[in-house]
Design a protein around this ligand. Structure first.
Ligand SMILES: NC(=O)c1ccc[n+]([C@@H]2O[C@H](COP(=O)([O-])OP(=O)(O)OC[C@H]3O[C@@H](n4cnc5c(N)ncnc54)[C@H](OP(=O)(O)O)[C@@H]3O)[C@@H](O)[C@H]2O)c1
Length: 255
């Protein structure tokens, strides 16, 4: 992963390869998909259309909860790679610790894929700090990333502290509150002060945090550009404090 790139592309809902190609052309290098998004082939076709070398991209996918028994981890990952048109994924996540997830069975299967070179890194998603600790007991590989919902209205700071303590990543999903950034008064006020959009404020606030990578989803070129550039926006310390202090707990994707 390019440590300097703190904004990747969330692809849930993107169903056309040209959007992926445009994002790569605009400089996005981290592409986030999942078996359940039913668009791994779209992401693969977008990669195929771009002229970039494979090793310059960082491609992450996720194993859905009904494929977390060891033999299904292996089979479904092979199918994911086939759809993506790739020989390896840079990062493979356990999508949620539910369904067939059993740390003692599931995680050794992820280790094995890594040993075989089919994946570069192991990640988990929607894990609490307790679930991360249990996972560490069963994994040989370090946990590279925990992907969790993180935006002004839902801030799992304990998961971020865990990532910082282990020098791993917190990958923040729904960083624009799933399209609701413009409805958050504190964010709108900061946006007006700096003459930027609420979406830019969300991304600047998030990406200033150590060990955090945000993966906004965008479909238009204008949104792709805006989100790419938002990490360069510098907010004032009081702006960061004002967003940190928002205490609503509006989780968009609860268990
Ligand atoms: N691990 C998990 O369980 C999990 C769960 C949910 C999501 N995710 C990941 O996180 C990614 C992002 O989350 P999300 O899709 O829920 O929501 P999001 O990124 O918070 O918000 C996406 C919405 O914001 C709009 N938008 C994007 N850039 C904008 C801009 N600059 N100005 C105004 N509006 C803008 C998009 O519209 P347009 O599309 O029209 O540009 C879309 O409606 C997903 O794609 C997926 O990869 C993971």
């Amino acid at each position: 992963m390019d440590e300097r790139q703190t904004v990747g592309l969330g692809t849930m809902g993107i169903d056309d390869p040209p959007t992926i190609e445009t994002a790569i052309d605009l400089g996005y290098r981290h592409l986030d998909t999942a078996q359940i998004y039913d668009n791994e082939a779209v992401v693969g076709q977008g990669i195929e259309r771009s002229t970039l070398d494979r090793d310059e991209l960082f491609v992450a996918t996720k194993v859905w909860i009904d494929k977390l028994a060891p033999q299904n981890v292996e089979k479904s990952t092979a199918a994911s790679l086939d759809r993506l048109g790739l020989e390896y994924a840079d990062l493979l996540y356990v999508h949620r610790p539910r369904g067939d997830y059993d740390p003692a069975e599931t995680l050794p299967a992820f280790d094995e894929l890594r040993e075989r070179g089919e994946i570069e890194h192991v990640g988990v998603s929607n894990f609490t700090v307790d679930q991360l600790e249990t996972a560490r007991d069963h994994l040989e590989a370090p946990i590279f990333a925990n992907q969790v919902e993180y935006h002004p209205l839902y801030q799992p700071t304990d998961a971020l502290a865990d990532a910082q303590a282990h020098d791993s990543y917190l990958v923040a999903y729904s960083p624009l509150a799933n399209g609701r950034a413009g409805d958050i008064p504190e964010v709108v006020e900061i946006a007006e002060k700096h003459d930027v959009t609420p979406q830019a404020v969300c991304l600047a606030w998030l990406t200033a945090k150590d060990n955090l990578i945000a993966i906004p989803k965008a479909s238009s070129e204008a949104h792709l550009r805006a989100n790419r550039d938002a990490a360069d926006l510098t907010l004032d310390p009081e702006d960061h404090a004002a967003v940190d202090d928002i205490e609503r707990e509006d989780e968009i994707f609860p268990e």
